[in-house]
Ligand binder design. Sequence first.
Ligand SMILES: Cc1cc2nc3c(=O)[nH]c(=O)nc-3n(C[C@H](O)[C@H](O)[C@H](O)COP(=O)(O)OP(=O)(O)OC[C@H]3O[C@@H](n4cnc5c(N)ncnc54)[C@H](O)[C@@H]3O)c2cc1C
Length: 141
Amino acid sequence: MRTIHGIPIWAKILLVTIVLVIIFLYTLLYILSDASDTCTCNEGCSEKGEIGKGTWNLLHEIVKHNEATEENNFHLAIFIESLSHIYPCEECRKHMREFRESTMKEEKMPEMTELWMCNFHNTVNERLGKELYNCDEFIPS
Ligand SMILES: Cc1cc2nc3c(=O)[nH]c(=O)nc-3n(C[C@H](O)[C@H](O)[C@H](O)COP(=O)(O)OP(=O)(O)OC[C@H]3O[C@@H](n4cnc5c(N)ncnc54)[C@H](O)[C@@H]3O)c2cc1C
């Protein structure tokens, strides 16, 4: 019987076939599992959507129930700053930092109103190719 390094050829072919089947099944499983989430984060990928929803809910509720006073703006800015370091999604953290740097570079902190949060959320929606939310309802009359 023909052998390579003492291993029969049929055994080698079988081994290669098994490896290829495993790679194929793994790829198929990956594509079917959550391709729509186009996950590129390193941590907590499978929960990214749920964590995102919960976090947005919290952020919108915070601005809804707190006046945009200087003190509250300061606390919220620190909160977002902290989130941009510990949020369990690398890609999201990067975008949070970019947004924070672009909107908080002026000396005066922006007024963190429902309108501000809605626009913040829309920048993420836009980047993810999602429909933009109509923020007009938050424009003070
Ligand atoms: C700060 C932050 C940054 C993120 N960055 C990324 C990222 O870089 N990549 C990534 O894949 N995911 C990111 N996420 C998660 C992402 O934004 C979504 O939360 C996740 O994709 C789930 O989306 P969803 O369609 O269920 O609705 P979500 O975007 O979670 O929104 C929840 C609900 O809020 C309402 N809503 C939507 N837009 C607005 C708005 N502008 N104003 C008010 N209400 C609104 C809608 O009713 C919606 O159903 C981030 C989340 C946060 C909190």
